[in-house]
Design a protein around this ligand. Structure first.
Ligand SMILES: NC(=O)c1ccc[n+]([C@@H]2O[C@H](COP(=O)([O-])OP(=O)(O)OC[C@H]3O[C@@H](n4cnc5c(N)ncnc54)[C@H](O)[C@@H]3O)[C@@H](O)[C@H]2O)c1
Length: 369
């Protein structure tokens, strides 16, 4: 196989980001599009010269398709992933993996059983700025991380304001902004700083007052197993360009990251490993562009990696288990918001083994204050 021939399930916003990345790739060829809304599939198909599949099952029967991209709403990730695996197709599925841990497990099990690649499209794992931060931490430039702060803010109010839209619906989206956006932060912080042990979370519903929608703003406090503590703030009601920030404070220095900066990472290090940069702020060169540039860069790198995994029979660097773990941290935070108490990992395990984790997302629309 020289190119991965891919079919797209769900032709909304995320599909267009991926399609642009596929077009600039030698390793991927887009073949077919499917969407419950024919107009959405037709629009993507017309731009990229694709066939339109009537059902996703039709697409899975097509021998000319090696893999599928799943860019459907969160609650529709599991069933097509399992069906695609059973049909022998590799799967690139958007984040969050699924709204419950049980669904994540089904996806992992189906892909393992079929021997196909399953990669969750966590584009933040493929941002060069994040790779630079990971290396800076691993090289010991800031010593032992003590404190981390993270932020993502976007304006999702147009879709959230529609009562029937899946966004913000606990049943369909598995919650609000925390499930949608903080899952990115949890995926990369687990990678950079190790596992999280406990969480305390506040959910707020300040702009979107619809009864069937969950939080539009969230603030969560975390403790990592390493002892590092953190604060993650995510918002769906930011009326300036989308942005992301991270701050790390360690025993020997500081890392600041802001995606709206041309050079997104600034480092101050008192460690000898910093060499000639010791005791001054410095900003290493890294591939980056401000919004929407960092989306384009990260989607391209992520999609190329997926294609390489299929073509070269490699396992994705961002494993499905890591993607499940990021969902687990979201659920840990929701558990805290529901009980008003700090939630620890064994609390989540207890719910998972008794009532199931869907019980955590049920009723979230009433939890946001
Ligand atoms: N990594 C990122 O930065 C990023 C950005 C945007 C979206 N996403 C993810 O991509 C996924 C899709 O988000 P989006 O913003 O593209 O959503 P969207 O609402 O723009 O698009 C979803 C598409 O799915 C279709 N659809 C809905 N129900 C369907 C069904 N039952 N069968 C077939 N098609 C159906 C809709 O018609 C629509 O075209 C989500 O999981 C989201 O988290 C990720």
């Amino acid at each position: 196989m020289k190119q991965v021939r891919i079919g797209v399930l769900g032709c909304g916003t995320a599909a267009h980001f991926h399609a642009a990345a596929f077009r600039s790739s030698q390793k991927i060829k887009m073949m077919s599009a499917f969407d419950a809304n024919y107009e959405n599939a037709k629009k993507l198909a017309d731009i990229y010269n694709l066939t339109v599949s009537k059902t996703y099952q039709d697409m899975l029967k097509n021998d000319e398709i090696d893999a599928v991209l799943i860019t459907l709403p969160h609650h529709l990730h599991t069933e097509p992933t399992v069906a695609a695996a059973e049909a022998g197709k590799h799967i690139l599925c958007e984040k969050p993996m699924a709204p419950t841990l049980e669904e994540c497990d089904k996806m992992i099990k189906a892909a393992k059983k079929a021997g196909v690649k399953l990669m969750i499209a966590e584009n933040h794992r493929f941002l060069p700025a994040h790779g630079l931060i990971k290396k800076t931490l691993d090289d010991g430039l800031i010593g032992k991380p003590l404190l981390v702060r993270g932020y993502e803010g976007v304006d999702e109010t147009p879709d959230l304001s529609k009562p029937e839209h899946w966004k913000g619906s606990p049943e369909k989206a598995g919650g609000g902004v925390l499930m949608d956006a903080a899952v990115h932060k949890f995926a990369i912080l687990n990678w950079m700083l190790g596992d999280m042990a406990s969480a305390y979370c506040w959910l707020a519903k300040q702009v979107i007052k619809l009864e069937n929608k969950a939080e539009d703003n969230a603030m969560t406090f975390l403790k990592f197993e390493s002892g590092c503590i953190g604060e993650i703030v995510v918002s769906d009601t930011v009326f300036s360009p989308p942005n992301n920030r991270l701050e790390f404070y360690g025993t020997e220095g500081t890392i600041l990251e802001d995606h709206s900066w041309k050079k997104p990472v600034q480092i101050f290090s008192t460690a000898k490993e910093a060499g000639e940069n010791r005791h001054q702020w410095f900003s290493p060169e890294v591939e980056h562009d401000t919004f929407p540039g960092y989306y384009i860069i990260s989607f391209h790198k992520e999609d190329e990696h997926f294609a390489e995994c299929v073509l070269e029979d490699k396992e994705p660097v961002f494993t499905p288990e890591e993607a499940k773990n990021a969902v687990a941290v979201v659920l840990l935070c929701y558990l805290s918001a529901k009980t008003g108490k700090i939630a620890i990992w064994s609390d989540l395990e207890k719910v998972a083994s008794t009532k199931g984790t869907r019980s955590i997302i049920k009723g979230l629309e009433k939890v946001a204050i």
